[in-house]
Design a protein. Structure first.
Ligand code: PLP
Length: 422
């Protein structure tokens, strides 16, 4: 483990955090969760569900909950003023990470809440009977159910964009489906099951051509590739900290400033108001208008520490690590007669597969005995499972800490499973 230097960037409003100088070449050592209680390596291949956390994030969270802890936005004492600076600096750093500005970034509990926020504010205000929403066949339930709920309330209808033969969102089909009745396109930037990467700029152009807004579910893209919301020309982008080496309980909605400014509030309470009387309440400007109640202070600071961690290593470098492992794993699995590999060849950090005669849950259980953790199930994408014609898949997903040893252990575990099942 590299030696750590604590820093206090009070000028930037950052009172909590730890940096490693230089970032460890083998970043695995930054992650205390990657060993078993007995001290053996834990081959964690479930990063798409949630990533492990580096020491830097854990320490930032510990300091924010401990020595630096105070509320934000209200205190007249210096600790609270410092914490407010740190909290707002976190917002600035997280917004910059995706090419946005702090006035456009709303803290939410995660991507799920961010999508529900858009559905219940922009959606309720802008969708009417006869309007249409375009989703795709590969969406996570978080990017389906909020739209079904808002469609039921507004009378809008939902269309589903099919996939290409290699399991990518078929943008030629989207182009044919889209009409001026469509007010919103909501697509996964990267599929959490297949790793399919959307050509988001083209999808945004297609949506805008018919006057629709586009929301990108960035849960799986933010941890894997450079995201620049301006270059993508999207209207909404949502992501969760816990998939990006940060804590659970926090995520973000980025929305274009003019859209966000026009959105009515959703949840009411403290912090989102300008002035309250029993006769009438006026609201704070965005983003505060969408952040009712005491925010997740320590989580926001740890979220920013995660973004700093990724930035210091370099997201392109992380992408390179993951892409190499995906290529190798796909090649080795494809060479096995009893394995079907799903998704496109250039899947982003994620490989989903099925093994003939072995339920993914059985495979997952046998792999667990060898300290290999994969995900088995429908991955909160039941319409996609229906489309693939399977009840579940086995999924291996990579992160900055993943290595060839993890792939070796997975392949060995698959071979052992084959032996057990005869
Ligand atoms: C593509 C995608 N969208 C949305 C979500 C929901 O994220 P969260 O549970 O952090 O709100 C996930 C998490 O699995 C995901 O992978």
């Amino acid at each position: 483990m590299q030696s750590r230097a604590e820093y206090r960037r009070v000028d930037e409003g950052c009172v909590s955090g730890v940096i490693t100088q230089p970032i460890a070449i083998d970043s695995r050592f930054d992650f205390p969760g990657l060993v078993t209680p007995e001290g053996a390596p834990w081959h964690y291949l479930d990063t798409a569900a949630t990533s492990q956390k580096p020491e830097q994030v854990i320490e930032a969270m510990t300091n924010a909950l401990g020595r630096d802890y105070a509320t934000v936005h209200r205190g007249v004492y210096s600790r609270s003023a410092e914490m407010t600076l740190a909290f707002e600096a976190a917002r600035r750093r997280i917004a910059a990470f995706i090419g946005g500005s702090e006035s456009e970034l709303v803290f939410t509990r995660g991507a799920t809440e961010a999508i529900n926020l858009v559905a219940n504010t922009w959606g309720l205000a802008n969708l009417n009977p006869g309007d249409r929403i375009l989703l795709s066949q590969l969406e996570h339930h978080s990017n389906i159910v909020p739209w079904q709920l808002v469609a039921a309330k507004t009378g809008a209808a939902i269309d589903v964009c099919p996939l290409t033969d290699d399991h990518q969102i078929d943008l030629a089909a989207a182009e044919a489906i889209l009409t001026p009745q469509h007010k919103l396109v909501a697509f996964g930037h990267v599929s959490n099951v297949l790793g399919s990467v959307l050509d988001a700029k083209r999808a945004a152009d297609l949506a805008h051509r018919v006057g629709a807004k586009i929301l990108l579910d960035g849960c799986q893209s933010a941890p894997h590739m450079v995201v620049d919301v301006s270059a993508l020309n999207c209207d909404f982008y949502v992501f969760s900290a816990h998939k990006l080496y940060g804590p659970t309980g926090i995520g973000a909605l980025w929305a274009r400033a003019d859209i966000l400014e026009g959105m009515p509030p959703w949840e009411g309470g403290g912090a989102m108001i300008d002035r309250v009387t029993f006769e009438q309440t006026t609201y704070a400007p965005a983003p505060q208008r969408f952040e009712a109640g005491t925010p997740a202070i320590s989580e926001a600071i740890a979220f920013a520490a995660a973004v700093d961690y990724v930035t210091e290593i370099g997201i392109e470098r992380i992408q390179g690590i993951e892409d190499n492992l995906v290529s190798r794993l796909r090649a080795e699995l494809s060479a096995m007669n009893d394995i079907t590999v799903f998704g496109p060849a250039n899947s982003a950090g994620i490989v989903s597969f099925a093994m003939d005669g072995v339920h993914p849950h059985d495979l997952g259980t046998i792999l667990d005995e060898a300290n290999v953790a994969i995900r088995a199930g429908h991955h909160c994408a039941q319409p996609l499972m229906d489309y693939l014609g399977v009840p579940a898949t086995a999924r291996a997903s990579f992160g900055v800490y993943s290595s060839d040893e993890d792939v070796d252990a997975l392949i060995e575990g698959i071979t052992r499973t084959r032996r057990i099942f005869g």
